[in-house]
Design a protein around this ligand. Structure first.
Ligand SMILES: *[C@@H]1O[C@H](CO)[C@@H](O)[C@H](O)[C@H]1NC(C)=O
Ligand SMILES: *[C@@H]1O[C@H](CO)[C@@H](O)[C@H](O)[C@H]1NC(C)=O
Ligand SMILES: *[C@@H]1O[C@H](CO)[C@@H](O)[C@H](O)[C@H]1NC(C)=O
Ligand SMILES: *[C@@H]1O[C@H](CO)[C@@H](O)[C@H](O)[C@H]1NC(C)=O
Ligand SMILES: *[C@@H]1O[C@H](CO)[C@@H](O)[C@H](O)[C@H]1NC(C)=O
Ligand SMILES: *[C@@H]1O[C@H](CO)[C@@H](O)[C@H](O)[C@H]1NC(C)=O
Length: 416
């Protein structure tokens, strides 16, 4: 039976955690500064009391906040058997506001999954205060319960999920952005992304100053109208795409929370490419699967033909993306003359373009040689069935998600 003293302490702690909830005084969105890494964009957030820093991989395709924890094969005291030396993790025992939610949301395992492929991803659920920029609020989140030793340390501790939330989802599958919004911390259910990439071939990119000197900004709770070229913002209904779980991000049990659109045209320059009649679509993913302009196996072959590209053998570490495919290079002097890749997400709606300067990557292949490699990523077989729209597609655009209406916005970004 709890002593009165303990209940008082619990009350004080509960009061402390709700006192941390403070509404953003302005209506401006909260701009998370992003740094590009080999796996995707990283940002620092923190969890707990006192706050523990959780550098997080931003992920439009994950359903909640995930964090490495002390758990290894269900044991919170055997951390070193699972995590590599030097790995930063969240120690739930060090947070006075942490509560275990195992009885409400039992441990869950996905196998396979988009994190570790065929190795199991197991999580337990907890509740604690998350700190994001100037805002703090209690959330339900995932603590990794590692099932196998990690070969090395990850350059991050957590994953900040921004998947759409459906009506039937409970807190265990809700983005913590959504949980903050439901608690009244944001005045808008919209998030928006701007990539202040470094131009390789001299084409004009959005000025780096818009991203406050960072590689990109993920804005939460609204968007900056001055980042968008007037009249270019187009909203679409997000759709459920079943192919994503079959040939793209393969997860069991199945997860269907993706920002996805139907593809009604896929063009190389002005030449329309055939679409697979099954259900052609595209999924927004700016982690590593969204690197490279999406193409089909057939449109890749056609692009190679039209550009006169020649095969190039690259180590996985030098390849411009992690697609299971071969790569091709073009003379660097020809890049600006190559055709754009274009996509339409609904009959009668605008075509969105990826410039050749943005889908060709200049790669150092030795100390003296660089190659200009087609940074495209093919999925499926034959004609277009599915592709990922990530950092390559997002160049020169603003990508918006409305968590209330489940709508996707695409706009042209202002440029220098
Ligand atoms: C987690 O924190 C507890 C309490 O401070 C400490 O006893 C334990 O050693 C920590 N675990 C790890 C793996 O650092
Ligand atoms: C939560 O509680 C369960 C059941 O008591 C336990 O097995 C688990 O290790 C705890 N998890 C955390 C993260 O504290
Ligand atoms: C929460 O949602 C998950 C995923 O759909 C489901 O497996 C679980 O049973 C739900 N739990 C509760 C308590 O509603
Ligand atoms: C872009 O250039 C800036 C400044 O030169 C540099 O700090 C940054 O790391 C570069 N970003 C990327 C993604 O290469
Ligand atoms: C594509 O079509 C437009 C409009 O018909 C034309 O102006 C342009 O030159 C064409 N581009 C190519 C590469 O054929
Ligand atoms: C269309 O996609 C389906 C599902 O991936 C695949 O089985 C089929 O072979 C594809 N058809 C063509 C013509 O590419």
């Amino acid at each position: 039976m709890p002593s009165p003293r303990k209940s008082l302490l619990q009350l004080l702690l509960a009061g402390l955690s709700s006192a941390r909830v403070c509404r953003d005084p302005s209506n401006a969105p909260l701009d998370l500064p992003l740094t590009l890494s080999s796996l995707g964009f990283l940002t620092p957030i923190s969890i707990g009391t006192p706050p523990q820093e959780i550098v997080s991989l931003m992920d439009w395709t994950w359903i909640n906040q995930f964090t490495l924890s002390t758990l290894c094969l269900g044991n919170p005291h055997d951390t070193a058997s699972c995590l590599a030396p030097g790995q930063a993790f969240f120690n739930q025992s060090r947070s006075t506001t942490f509560t275990n939610q195992t009885s409400l949301y039992p441990s869950r395992t996905w196998n396979p999954n988009g994190f570790f492929g065929p190795a199991p991803l197991t999580v337990q659920f907890g509740h604690d205060v998350q700190h994001v920029g100037s805002l703090s609020a209690p959330v339900t989140f995932m603590l990794a319960d590692m099932q196998f030793p990690q070969p090395g340390a990850f350059p991050f501790t957590g994953v900040f999920g921004l998947s759409p939330v459906f009506k039937t989802d409970n807190q265990s599958t809700q983005s913590t952005f959504y949980q903050f919004w439901k608690q009244g911390l944001y005045s808008s259910p919209i998030v928006s992304f701007l990539y202040c990439y470094n131009s390789t071939f001299g084409n004009t990119a959005p000025p780096r100053s818009l991203c406050n000197g960072n590689d990109a900004l993920q804005s939460l709770g609204g968007y900056h109208a001055n980042f968008i070229q007037p009249g270019s913002l187009q909203w679409y209904d997000s759709v459920v795409n079943l192919q994503v779980n079959i040939i793209d991000i393969i997860t069991s049990p199945e997860i269907l929370n993706y920002w996805a659109l139907p593809v009604t045209q896929h063009l190389i320059g002005n030449e329309s490419q055939p679409l697979n009649k099954t259900a052609s679509g595209a999924v927004f993913d700016y982690a590593s699967f969204g690197r490279g302009a999406p193409v089909s196996v057939n449109s890749y072959a056609r692009l190679v033909q039209l550009t006169g590209a020649t095969p190039i053998t690259l180590d996985a570490s030098a390849a411009p993306n992690n697609g299971a495919q071969s790569f091709y290079s073009v003379p660097c002097s020809k890049v600006s003359k190559l055709p754009s890749l274009k996509y339409q997400f609904g009959a009668g709606t605008p075509e969105w373009e990826i410039l050749p300067e943005n889908y060709v990557e200049k790669i150092a292949i030795s100390s003296t040689q660089t190659a200009c490699v087609l940074n495209v990523r093919a999925l499926g077989d034959g004609d277009w069935i599915i592709g990922n729209l990530g950092e390559t597609f997002a160049k020169d655009k603003v990508i918006l998600f409305d968590f209330d209406k489940i709508k996707i916005g695409i706009a042209d970004a202002v440029r220098k």
